[in-house]
Design a binder for this molecule. Structure first.
Ligand code: SF4
Length: 771
């Protein structure tokens, strides 16, 4: 009789199945003797395929970090670059439609330049027509919503349309956790994981530990939600969240907008967290109503009021708690080259000098999926208006990326676009653009020049924005970026310092002010950007891939395991940071995302060879140097399986499954590291590879390229169905004949052993659907 029972038909596909979730959860609570649960656990456990699966456990601490959960996500979202491979994999399963609602978003393949949105969009559509046509035809054939180029960035569209408190969704992008800002559990995965959800196969996740972040105090003045997460990134580092869901709580949450919470959850990816989430707030209700989803807001409110479903239980225990007092927080500037190098704005000048970073800033960029909310845009505009009134002009190029057509149209209606443009900003297309290497800085831009940019984006690995390894991207709030464009100088602190005006007077910014939500509500914008709400599959729509295409290639299944111990040669020993950008570079390579063979030519081109210090160089057995992918193609040809050895947090950064598909395609079989980033480790397993971690880190030093590695006990490990992890011994034979054993850890579950045996998760799913 309550609101969650009576959601109008047109909202049903976007409302979590609350009744079923509550039933599931109550079964779990009975099994756990009503032990208090965190919010993250409530959402996860309510999505268990079989709640009885956790029978035998009476304490959440026996589950967290140990057990694998089989889950039924409610929805899937895919961006254009990763959707290609996800859909190529989905196609191999031969199903007529997707098992859950899904959406495709064309955002990553759009270039941003000074020419502005319309011209960039036109050029990008013509360059990528074949791919967009393929994605659109998949959408029509399988009943997946297709959001075309210019409609917006995946995470902003998901927040505006699909995210809801209590939802559990997967997205083929590492910043999918953005949706946690609206109380969902949203996890970034590779295409093969998305295929699990799309085919109705239980999706497996190792139960994360729960990191509680208690926020106290209030945000005010220059301090914004971005500063909460940049501060946390500095405290926790890029590895600190690995294996955790971050759950926020405390009075401080009440001073946050829903979109501010999304910014925080978005950048939880930067600390390696599985995802992040917030308990239901009035701000969530307001945002849902403002984005034209009042019935869903009422359903969520009702389910929370009646069952306290959308908040942690009183007394819930976290594995770790961090407290942050918002009253004492200061804006931070994080970078360069890593998001966890956090400098408070008051120390920026000093730190810049100490590190000899360039003091002149070359460009400022705001917006993207991370920070293009109405609140962000109105605060930035309030800073610009102050400068305009004082007669100040920006000193450096300034770019604004709206996250969606809805936000762009709304800020245009309210005069904010005009404020930006009349003050020299270039408003880019509603797409990723400069955030993901799709930034055309003009023909005069020197791709080697060391320069500093300030962005309100989320990620700042080398070469990510403009393809220049020497561009230092510092991440900060849109407020700080906007104020800094008027000085163009890293020594400037807009909170305390003034700028000299032409008339000799000193001008000092007042703190920014913005509106949480547009007073007149959001408007959808131009019709051409809107897809059908709940498309039905059309079996007669052809999905064609030309065999001559350079952009798309149908997939050949990987070979199953031959039942023997693995024997392989170390092709490369990687030194230091090795992110998914190092393993499968973005930028110009994005165009080959749907063509495995062509994109494999970028495999590990960013990796540094530990033995020689060179980037993108590996040596053949006769000592001849090769570019890394060239040697991998050669060894594939020679049928020589290989191993890569690396250091910590291997594969950090994004959900990019190509970073796992490519090594597998090139005949790699083991990746042996000091530690893995979670998504990448899972992706490797899904592609039938064996990810192993040194039990004793010092063994990394004992292994070198051309060592021959043989597994000892793999057959037994497979027979035991992985046992959810354990030890596997490797025999190492050095080129001089010396032989010794080392012990490695694996985390293979029963299903993952199934993937390994079948050759890949897709083969495994295909086999089980045929049975
Ligand atoms: Fe796009 Fe950048 Fe957001 Fe990724 S992080 S979705 S590339 S805007």
């Amino acid at each position: 009789s309550d609101a969650f029972h009576h959601v109008p038909e047109i909202f049903k596909s976007r409302t979590p199945p609350y009744e079923k979730l509550i039933n599931n959860l109550s079964k779990v609570q009975r099994i756990l003797n009503n032990q208090p649960l965190t919010l993250a656990e409530k959402i996860l456990y309510s999505h268990l395929v079989e709640p009885e699966e956790i029978s035998g456990f009476h304490n959440v601490h026996d589950i967290r970090g140990k057990e694998y959960l089989k889950l039924n996500p409610d929805r899937v979202a895919m961006q254009d670059a990763s959707a290609q491979m996800a859909l190529l994999q989905f196609m191999t399963c031969g199903l007529p439609e997707t098992a859950v609602p899904a959406s495709i978003h064309c955002d990553h393949l759009i270039v941003g330049s000074e020419k502005g949105a319309e011209s960039d969009l036109k050029a990008s559509i013509s360059t990528n027509q074949e791919v967009f046509d393929f994605l659109k035809s998949c959408g029509e054939r399988y009943g997946i919503q297709f959001w075309g180029p210019g409609s917006g960035i995946i995470h902003q569209i998901v927040l505006e349309n699909f995210s809801v408190p209590g939802l559990m969704m997967l997205g083929t992008d590492s910043h999918t956790p953005n949706a946690g800002g609206l109380g969902a559990i949203a996890i970034g995965v590779g295409g093969a994981d998305a295929v699990d959800a799309l085919t109705g196969t239980p999706w497996e996740l190792k139960a994360p530990k729960i990191l509680g972040v208690k926020l106290t105090g209030h945000l005010s003045g220059w301090v914004s939600p971005k500063d909460i997460i940049t501060k946390l990134a500095g405290m926790l580092t890029v590895r600190g969240g690995t294996g955790f869901i971050v759950e926020y709580f405390g009075d401080g949450v009440e001073s946050l907008s829903c979109t501010g919470m999304a910014t925080i959850c978005n950048m939880g990816a930067e600390i390696g967290a599985t995802t992040s989430t917030f308990p239901m707030q009035d701000a969530h209700y307001r945002y849902l109503v403002s984005t034209n989803r009042e019935p869903i807001a009422k359903a969520a409110e009702s389910v929370n009021r009646n069952f306290k479903f959308l908040q942690a239980d009183e007394g819930a225990e976290y594995d770790q708690i961090i407290e942050l007092d918002l009253n004492t927080l200061e804006p931070s500037v994080n970078g360069p080259f890593t998001p966890d190098l956090s400098t408070p704005i008051s120390k920026l000048a000093e730190t810049t000098k100490e590190n000899k970073w360039p003091e002149t800033i070359s460009a400022g960029l705001i917006g993207s999926c991370t920070n293009s909310s109405y609140q962000d845009m109105s605060r930035a505009a309030s800073i610009i208006k102050q400068a305009e009134k004082a007669g100040l002009k920006p000193k450096i190029p300034f770019f604004v990326t709206p996250g969606s057509e809805q936000i762009r149209a709304t800020i245009e209606r309210d005069g904010l676009i005009d404020v930006f443009e009349r003050n020299g900003a270039v408003v880019l297309a509603n797409a990723c653009g400069p955030c993901i290497g799709q930034w055309d800085r003009g023909k005069d831009f020197d791709k080697k020049e060391t320069n500093v940019i300030l962005t309100s984006f989320n990620r700042n690995f080398r070469a990510r924005n403009d393809g220049n390894r020497n561009t230092m991207n510092f991440l900060t709030s849109p407020d700080i970026v906007t104020a800094m464009i008027y000085s163009g100088d890293m020594n400037f602190n807009p909170l305390t310092q003034s700028i000299k005006l032409e008339n000799g007077q000193d001008f000092k910014f007042d703190p920014p002010v913005g509106e949480e939500l547009p007073g007149k509500g959001f408007i959808p914008g131009r019709d051409r950007f809107y897809p059908e709400l709940a498309p039905k599959p059309k079996a007669d729509v052809p999905v064609s891939v030309s065999p001559k295409s350079e952009r798309l290639q149908l997939l050949e299944p990987f070979k199953p395991w031959d039942g023997k111990e693995l024997k392989a040669t170390v092709i490369l020993k990687v030194e230091g940071k090795c992110t998914t950008d190092h393993i499968s570079a973005a930028g110009a390579w994005l165009k080959y995302k749907g063509h495995l063979e062509n994109i494999a030519y970028n495999t590990l081109i960013g990796a540094q060879n530990k033995e020689t210090g060179e980037v993108n160089t590996a040596y053949d057995l006769d000592g001849k140097p090769y570019q890394i992918p060239e040697l991998m193609f050669k060894w594939k040809e020679e049928k020589r399986p290989w191993i890569v050895v690396a250091e910590h947090n291997y594969g950090e950064g994004s959900a990019r499954e190509h970073a796992a598909l490519q090594p597998r395609f090139l005949n790699g079989c083991i990746i042996l590291v000091k530690s893995f980033a979670r998504i990448h480790e899972t992706n490797l397993k899904k592609q039938g590879m064996l990810p192993l971690v040194f039990e004793n880190e010092a063994d990394y030093d004992k292994i070198g390229s051309h060592d021959e590695i043989t597994t000892k006990g793999l057959i037994e490990m497979v027979e035991k169905e992985g046992n959810n992890g354990g030890i596997l011994v490797l025999q190492v034979k050095k080129p001089n004949g010396e032989t010794f054993d080392i012990r490695c850890k694996h985390t293979m579950s029963k299903d993952q052993i199934g993937f390994f045996k079948a050759g890949s998760a897709i083969n495994f799913i295909g086999q089980s659907k045929k049975l």
